[in-house]
Design a protein. Sequence first.
Length: 207
Amino acid sequence: RRTAVPPNQLETLELISHMQDPDVAIADLAAIIRRDVALSYKLLRVVNSAYYTLPRTVDSIRDAIVLLGTRQIGSWVSLINLAKIARKPKELTITALVRARMCELVAEIAGRYDGDAFYTAGLFSVLDALLDVPLETALDALPLSPEIREAVAEQTGVMGETLRGVIAYEQADWENAHCPGVSDGQLAAIVRDAVVASDEMWSKVSA
């Protein structure tokens, strides 16, 4: 295990973190993405695929953001970049996506306004395995809110309890597979939704 996050991976993680900011401006988001030619190409390929069946060809990052929204684009950028930095089995990246989507859906069903933060907590919950560094080291390198950091590192607070329940469900630890604000039946449906969505996203990025 390394003792620090390599600079190239740190830059990618900071970009992913920025993508999850619900207040990021469209112009800022487009400018960030356009700096990476390979990322821009991959993103436009996904947006113009049959996955979305848009009525016209999208040929600019800004148009893609306007059509799909910052949340959707942020998710794709996060996935593309996670796949790029991870020299790991694809299952680890998919695990991150499933956790992120599950946490987000739990927040939405529970009536919370901060689903983006829940998504980020789930996404970054595998950073130690992804980067081969201690989780604290990875989190220290990122501009995360205290709530997200505590949720990922300590699994405290509502966000942390949600993440803990999601991981328990993943590991078939049924005694602890519960999330605040949703029933066990709702959680089972959330799992199905998250797995399908994550598999579909991965198939587009890896094609």
